[in-house]
Design a binder for this molecule. Structure first.
Ligand code: COD
Ligand code: ATP
Length: 195
Protein backbone atom coordinates (compact mmCIF):
# COMPACT_ATOMS: atom_id res chain seq x y z
CA UNK A 1 0.00 0.00 0.00
CA UNK A 2 1.20 3.50 -0.82
CA UNK A 3 1.41 5.66 2.31
CA UNK A 4 1.11 9.41 2.03
CA UNK A 5 2.08 11.29 5.19
CA UNK A 6 0.13 14.46 5.88
CA UNK A 7 1.83 16.73 8.35
CA UNK A 8 2.11 20.36 9.40
CA UNK A 9 2.69 22.44 12.50
CA UNK A 10 0.12 22.85 15.25
CA UNK A 11 -2.99 24.58 13.89
CA UNK A 12 -1.78 24.53 10.29
CA UNK A 13 -4.96 22.75 9.14
CA UNK A 14 -3.92 19.10 8.83
CA UNK A 15 -7.35 17.80 9.85
CA UNK A 16 -9.07 20.30 7.55
CA UNK A 17 -6.97 19.07 4.62
CA UNK A 18 -7.41 15.41 5.66
CA UNK A 19 -11.19 15.90 5.40
CA UNK A 20 -10.78 16.98 1.77
CA UNK A 21 -8.93 13.77 0.95
CA UNK A 22 -11.57 11.75 2.80
CA UNK A 23 -14.27 13.37 0.69
CA UNK A 24 -12.28 12.28 -2.40
CA UNK A 25 -12.59 8.69 -1.15
CA UNK A 26 -9.09 8.31 0.28
CA UNK A 27 -8.85 6.31 3.55
CA UNK A 28 -7.47 8.61 6.26
CA UNK A 29 -5.75 7.59 9.51
CA UNK A 30 -5.51 10.34 12.13
CA UNK A 31 -2.52 9.27 14.24
CA UNK A 32 -3.14 11.73 17.06
CA UNK A 33 -6.73 10.52 17.57
CA UNK A 34 -5.66 6.88 17.50
CA UNK A 35 -2.77 7.60 19.90
CA UNK A 36 -5.17 9.16 22.41
CA UNK A 37 -7.58 6.21 22.11
CA UNK A 38 -4.71 3.78 22.74
CA UNK A 39 -3.51 5.82 25.72
CA UNK A 40 -6.95 5.39 27.27
CA UNK A 41 -7.45 1.78 26.22
CA UNK A 42 -4.13 -0.08 26.38
CA UNK A 43 -3.30 -1.45 29.82
CA UNK A 44 0.41 -1.65 28.91
CA UNK A 45 0.56 2.03 27.88
CA UNK A 46 -1.37 3.08 31.00
CA UNK A 47 0.98 1.16 33.27
CA UNK A 48 4.06 2.67 31.62
CA UNK A 49 2.66 6.22 31.65
CA UNK A 50 1.76 5.93 35.34
CA UNK A 51 5.28 4.67 36.05
CA UNK A 52 6.69 7.68 34.18
CA UNK A 53 4.35 10.46 35.33
CA UNK A 54 2.78 9.10 38.53
CA UNK A 55 -0.85 8.32 39.41
CA UNK A 56 -1.97 11.79 38.28
CA UNK A 57 -1.49 10.72 34.65
CA UNK A 58 -5.07 9.40 34.76
CA UNK A 59 -8.18 10.76 36.45
CA UNK A 60 -11.14 8.36 36.66
CA UNK A 61 -9.23 6.07 34.34
CA UNK A 62 -9.07 8.82 31.67
CA UNK A 63 -5.86 10.42 30.42
CA UNK A 64 -5.19 13.64 32.34
CA UNK A 65 -4.34 15.76 29.31
CA UNK A 66 -3.69 19.15 30.98
CA UNK A 67 -1.38 17.47 33.53
CA UNK A 68 0.62 15.67 30.83
CA UNK A 69 0.69 18.70 28.51
CA UNK A 70 2.18 20.85 31.28
CA UNK A 71 5.04 18.40 31.74
CA UNK A 72 5.88 17.22 28.23
CA UNK A 73 5.65 20.51 26.35
CA UNK A 74 8.02 22.09 28.87
CA UNK A 75 10.51 19.25 29.19
CA UNK A 76 11.73 17.54 26.03
CA UNK A 77 13.12 14.56 27.94
CA UNK A 78 9.59 13.67 29.15
CA UNK A 79 8.16 14.29 25.67
CA UNK A 80 10.68 11.82 24.24
CA UNK A 81 9.99 9.24 26.94
CA UNK A 82 6.23 9.51 26.39
CA UNK A 83 6.65 9.23 22.63
CA UNK A 84 8.84 6.14 23.10
CA UNK A 85 5.96 4.49 25.02
CA UNK A 86 3.12 5.56 22.73
CA UNK A 87 4.46 5.82 19.17
CA UNK A 88 5.57 2.17 18.63
CA UNK A 89 2.03 1.06 19.60
CA UNK A 90 0.50 3.59 17.19
CA UNK A 91 2.85 2.32 14.45
CA UNK A 92 1.62 -1.26 14.99
CA UNK A 93 -2.02 -0.15 15.07
CA UNK A 94 -1.46 1.77 11.82
CA UNK A 95 0.08 -1.31 10.15
CA UNK A 96 -2.99 -3.36 11.06
CA UNK A 97 -5.29 -0.59 9.78
CA UNK A 98 -3.37 -0.30 6.48
CA UNK A 99 -3.58 -4.03 5.87
CA UNK A 100 -7.39 -3.74 5.86
CA UNK A 101 -7.63 -0.85 3.37
CA UNK A 102 -8.41 -1.19 -0.29
CA UNK A 103 -7.40 1.95 -2.15
CA UNK A 104 -4.68 3.35 -4.44
CA UNK A 105 -3.16 5.07 -1.44
CA UNK A 106 -3.90 6.02 2.17
CA UNK A 107 -3.30 9.24 4.06
CA UNK A 108 -1.62 9.18 7.47
CA UNK A 109 -2.20 12.48 9.25
CA UNK A 110 0.50 12.97 11.83
CA UNK A 111 1.61 16.04 13.79
CA UNK A 112 5.11 14.74 14.37
CA UNK A 113 6.66 13.23 11.24
CA UNK A 114 10.00 14.74 10.18
CA UNK A 115 10.87 15.36 13.82
CA UNK A 116 11.14 11.60 14.50
CA UNK A 117 12.17 10.35 11.07
CA UNK A 118 8.65 9.02 10.34
CA UNK A 119 8.78 10.49 6.82
CA UNK A 120 11.12 7.64 5.86
CA UNK A 121 8.21 5.23 6.24
CA UNK A 122 6.06 7.29 3.84
CA UNK A 123 6.09 7.05 0.04
CA UNK A 124 5.12 10.71 -0.29
CA UNK A 125 4.69 13.58 2.15
CA UNK A 126 2.24 16.47 2.02
CA UNK A 127 2.94 19.39 4.35
CA UNK A 128 0.27 21.92 5.29
CA UNK A 129 1.59 25.42 5.93
CA UNK A 130 0.12 28.70 7.15
CA UNK A 131 1.72 31.78 8.71
CA UNK A 132 2.49 31.32 12.41
CA UNK A 133 0.27 34.19 13.55
CA UNK A 134 -2.68 32.86 11.52
CA UNK A 135 -2.20 29.44 13.15
CA UNK A 136 -2.08 31.00 16.63
CA UNK A 137 -5.30 32.97 16.01
CA UNK A 138 -7.09 29.85 14.72
CA UNK A 139 -6.01 27.85 17.77
CA UNK A 140 -7.10 30.59 20.19
CA UNK A 141 -10.53 30.48 18.51
CA UNK A 142 -10.74 26.66 18.49
CA UNK A 143 -9.27 25.69 21.87
CA UNK A 144 -9.30 26.84 25.44
CA UNK A 145 -5.55 27.52 25.20
CA UNK A 146 -2.98 30.28 25.59
CA UNK A 147 -0.28 31.85 23.45
CA UNK A 148 2.28 30.46 25.92
CA UNK A 149 1.11 26.86 25.52
CA UNK A 150 1.04 27.18 21.72
CA UNK A 151 4.57 28.65 21.75
CA UNK A 152 5.82 25.78 23.96
CA UNK A 153 4.39 23.21 21.51
CA UNK A 154 5.78 25.02 18.46
CA UNK A 155 9.27 24.95 20.02
CA UNK A 156 9.30 21.15 19.64
CA UNK A 157 8.25 21.22 15.98
CA UNK A 158 10.27 21.86 12.85
CA UNK A 159 9.72 25.14 11.01
CA UNK A 160 7.52 25.14 7.87
CA UNK A 161 10.60 26.03 5.85
CA UNK A 162 12.48 22.90 6.92
CA UNK A 163 9.45 20.64 6.40
CA UNK A 164 8.76 22.03 2.93
CA UNK A 165 12.32 21.20 1.83
CA UNK A 166 11.67 17.48 2.41
CA UNK A 167 8.05 17.40 1.17
CA UNK A 168 6.66 16.18 -2.15
CA UNK A 169 3.60 18.44 -1.95
CA UNK A 170 2.71 21.57 -0.01
CA UNK A 171 -0.77 22.87 0.80
CA UNK A 172 -0.94 26.57 1.62
CA UNK A 173 -3.89 26.80 3.94
CA UNK A 174 -5.09 30.38 3.72
CA UNK A 175 -8.54 30.31 2.07
CA UNK A 176 -10.68 27.22 2.62
CA UNK A 177 -11.96 27.25 -0.98
CA UNK A 178 -8.40 27.17 -2.23
CA UNK A 179 -7.53 24.22 0.04
CA UNK A 180 -10.16 22.14 -1.77
CA UNK A 181 -8.53 22.94 -5.13
CA UNK A 182 -5.04 22.15 -3.87
CA UNK A 183 -6.14 18.83 -2.38
CA UNK A 184 -7.89 17.81 -5.63
CA UNK A 185 -4.79 18.68 -7.67
CA UNK A 186 -2.51 16.66 -5.36
CA UNK A 187 -4.96 13.73 -5.46
CA UNK A 188 -4.88 13.75 -9.28
CA UNK A 189 -1.08 13.94 -9.33
CA UNK A 190 -0.79 11.06 -6.89
CA UNK A 191 -3.16 8.88 -8.92
CA UNK A 192 -1.16 9.76 -12.04
CA UNK A 193 2.13 8.75 -10.35
CA UNK A 194 0.60 5.51 -9.08
CA UNK A 195 -0.77 4.34 -12.46
C1 COD B 1 0.13 15.20 25.65
C2 COD B 1 -1.34 15.34 25.41
C3 COD B 1 -2.12 14.51 26.43
C4 COD B 1 -1.74 16.83 25.58
O1 COD B 1 -3.10 16.99 25.25
P1 COD B 1 -3.69 18.44 24.83
O2 COD B 1 -5.18 18.26 24.71
O3 COD B 1 -3.21 19.46 25.82
O4 COD B 1 -3.02 18.82 23.48
P2 COD B 1 -3.37 18.30 21.99
O5 COD B 1 -3.55 16.83 21.99
O6 COD B 1 -4.45 19.13 21.44
O7 COD B 1 -2.01 18.57 21.25
C5 COD B 1 -1.67 19.87 20.87
C6 COD B 1 -0.57 19.79 19.83
O8 COD B 1 0.62 19.30 20.42
C7 COD B 1 1.38 18.60 19.48
N1 COD B 1 1.64 17.24 20.01
C8 COD B 1 0.75 16.35 20.51
N2 COD B 1 1.37 15.23 20.89
C9 COD B 1 2.65 15.42 20.65
C10 COD B 1 3.80 14.61 20.79
N3 COD B 1 3.70 13.38 21.28
N4 COD B 1 4.99 15.11 20.42
C11 COD B 1 5.09 16.36 19.94
N5 COD B 1 4.04 17.18 19.75
C12 COD B 1 2.85 16.71 20.08
C13 COD B 1 0.53 18.52 18.20
O9 COD B 1 0.92 19.53 17.31
C14 COD B 1 -0.85 18.82 18.69
O10 COD B 1 -1.65 19.40 17.72
C15 COD B 1 -1.74 14.89 23.97
O11 COD B 1 -1.16 15.76 23.05
C16 COD B 1 -1.35 13.48 23.67
O12 COD B 1 -2.01 12.56 24.12
N6 COD B 1 -0.27 13.29 22.90
C17 COD B 1 0.19 11.97 22.57
C18 COD B 1 -0.32 11.52 21.23
C19 COD B 1 0.66 11.86 20.16
O13 COD B 1 1.80 11.46 20.24
N7 COD B 1 0.19 12.64 19.17
C20 COD B 1 1.01 13.23 18.17
C21 COD B 1 1.53 12.41 17.07
S1 COD B 1 0.77 10.90 16.77
N1 ATP C 1 -8.37 28.09 5.78
C1 ATP C 1 -8.92 28.23 6.97
N2 ATP C 1 -9.61 29.35 7.26
C2 ATP C 1 -10.17 29.51 8.49
N3 ATP C 1 -10.08 28.62 9.49
C3 ATP C 1 -9.41 27.49 9.26
C4 ATP C 1 -8.79 27.23 8.00
N4 ATP C 1 -8.17 26.03 8.06
C5 ATP C 1 -8.38 25.56 9.30
N5 ATP C 1 -9.13 26.42 10.01
C6 ATP C 1 -9.54 26.25 11.43
O1 ATP C 1 -8.34 26.35 12.19
C7 ATP C 1 -8.34 25.41 13.27
C8 ATP C 1 -7.12 24.48 13.09
O2 ATP C 1 -7.32 23.64 11.95
P1 ATP C 1 -7.11 22.06 12.05
O3 ATP C 1 -7.79 21.55 13.27
O4 ATP C 1 -7.47 21.48 10.75
O5 ATP C 1 -5.53 22.07 12.25
P2 ATP C 1 -4.56 20.92 12.70
O6 ATP C 1 -3.27 21.16 12.02
O7 ATP C 1 -5.21 19.59 12.45
O8 ATP C 1 -4.49 21.22 14.25
P3 ATP C 1 -3.68 20.43 15.41
O9 ATP C 1 -2.25 20.68 15.15
O10 ATP C 1 -4.11 21.07 16.68
O11 ATP C 1 -4.07 19.00 15.32
C9 ATP C 1 -9.68 24.69 13.20
O12 ATP C 1 -10.57 25.31 14.08
C10 ATP C 1 -10.11 24.87 11.74
O13 ATP C 1 -11.51 24.84 11.60
Amino acid sequence: MIIVGLTGGIGSGKTTVAKQFKSLGVPVYIADEEAKKLMNRSKVIKRKLIRLFGEKAYVNDTLNRPFLADIIFNDTSYLEKMNAIVHPKVAKHFERWVSKQEASYVIKEVAILFENGGHKQCDYVITVVAPKEVRVERLLLRDNTSREKIAAIMKNQWTDEDKVKLSDFVVENIELQDVENQASKIHKKLLEKLK
